[in-house]
Design a protein around this ligand. Structure first.
Ligand code: OGA
Ligand code: MN
Length: 294
C-alpha cells in the first residue's frame, strides 16, 4: 500500500492500491488505523470483490461492531451490516431510505458513540446524484475564535436518537419505533469538544442530527449557540464532497467528522452496505491557557 492521494488539505485520503478482499496484514491494518486518525476519512476505490462477509471481517480489525437499533434494516445474513437503500421491494423498503439527510456523526446518541463507519457502494444512481458530504470537525474547531473556545470549555450536550427518529417518522411513518426500541437508546450527554483518542486533537462534537441542547444553558442560549456552531462547522472550507464511483468503500472517523446524505431522485436506485465500529466514551478536550487567552 503506497499510493495515497489527499482529498482536501485537512480531510480525506484516497488509497489507490489496496484490495480489501485480499489478506490484510497487521502492519497495513495499523497504518490504516493511524491514517484514519490523521485524515478523518479513507476512500478505497474498486472494491468489487468485497463480499458482505469480508466487509464484516475487515471492519472487525478496527474494533467490535455495532448492530443497528432498527432490526428491519439489517442485512439478513449479517446483522452487523446496515442496509442503506431507497429501493422498495414487495411494498417494503429494503433498507434505511432516509439515512442521514441531516448532518450527523453515526451513533453519537450512544454513551459510547461509534469510532467509524465503513460504507460500501452496491448500486448507485445512474444520473450521478447521491453524493455524501463530509465535514472536518477538527478544522472547524480550530477555526473558532478564542472567545468561543473559552465559552465551550466544560460544556456538555445532549444527543438523542428518539428526538431525531420522531422528527423523521413525522414525514416517513415507516420509521416509527415502539417503546421498547426507544428505551434502548435513552438520551446521553457528551462533551461539546472532544479530544481524539489517537491524535489528542480537539474536534467539535455537536451535530444537527442528534444534538438536542447544551446542558446548563438556558434554552434560548443553548439553541443560539448550537445553531451558530452547526452553521460554522459546515462552511465550505471544512467540507469534502464524495462522488461515489462503482464499488467504492469509504471508511470515515465519526470522532472527527460529520456527514450528510444529499440523496437521489426516487426513480433512481441507490444501495450501500454499512458496518459501524464501536468506539469509546468521548473525552472532553481541555485547551491550554494560551490557546484561549483573551
Ligand atoms: C450512513 C450515511 C450517507 C449516504 O450510512 O451512515 O449517513 O449518503 N450515509 O448514504
Ligand atoms: Mn450516517
Amino acid at each position: 500500500m503506497t499510493k495515497f492521494v489527499d482529498l482536501t488539505p485537512t480531510l480525506g485520503t484516497e488509497i489507490l492500491d489496496l484490495d480489501l478482499a485480499d489478506d490484510l496484514d497487521d502492519a497495513t491494518a495499523a497504518t490504516l488505523q493511524r491514517l484514519l486518525g490523521l485524515r478523518g476519512l479513507l476512500v478505497f476505490r474498486d472494491q468489487a470483490k468485497l463480499t458482505p462477509e469480508r466487509h464484516v471481517e475487515i471492519s472487525r480489525r478496527f474494533g467490535g461492531l455495532e448492530v443497528h437499533v432498527q432490526k428491519r434494516y439489517h442485512h439478513q445474513a449479517h446483522p452487523e451490516i446496515l442496509i442503506v437503500s431507497n429501493v422498495v421491494e414487495n411494498g417494503a423498503p429494503i433498507g434505511l431510505a432516509d439515512a442521514g439527510k441531516y448532518w450527523h456523526s453515526d451513533l453519537s446518541y450512544l454513551a459510547e458513540p461509534s469510532l467509524g463507519s465503513l460504507l460500501h457502494a452496491q448500486e448507485l444512481p445512474t444520473d450521478g446524484s447521491g453524493d455524501t458530504l463530509f465535514a472536518d470537525t477538527r478544522a472547524s474547531y480550530d477555526a473558532l475564535d478564542a472567545a468561543t473556545k473559552r465559552r465551550l470549555v466544560g460544556l456538555s450536550a445532549e444527543h438523542s436518537y428518539v428526538a431525531r427518529n420522531n422528527a423523521q417518522a413525522a414525514v416517513n411513518p415507516d420509521r416509527r419505533i415502539d417503546e421498547s426500541t426507544a428505551a434502548k437508546v435513552p438520551p446521553v450527554l457528551h462533551p461539546v469538544v472532544r479530544a481524539h483518542p489517537l491524535t489528542k486533537r480537539p474536534a467539535l462534537f455537536v451535530n444537527e442530527g442528534f444534538t438536542t441542547r447544551i446542558v446548563d444553558l438556558p434554552d434560548a442560549e443553548s439553541r443560539a449557540l448550537l445553531d451558530r456552531l452547526f452553521a460554522h462547522s459546515i462552511e465550505p472550507r471544512f467540507l469534502y464532497r464524495h462522488q461515489w464511483r462503482a464499488h467504492d468503500l469509504v471508511f470515515w472517523d465519526n470522532r472527527s467528522t460529520m456527514h450528510l446524505a444529499t440523496g437521489c431522485p426516487a426513480n433512481e436506485r441507490r444501495t450501500l452496505f454499512r458496518t459501524t465500529v464501536r468506539g469509546d466514551r468521548p473525552i472532553a478536550y481541555v485547551p491550554a491557557a494560551a490557546e484561549i487567552a483573551a
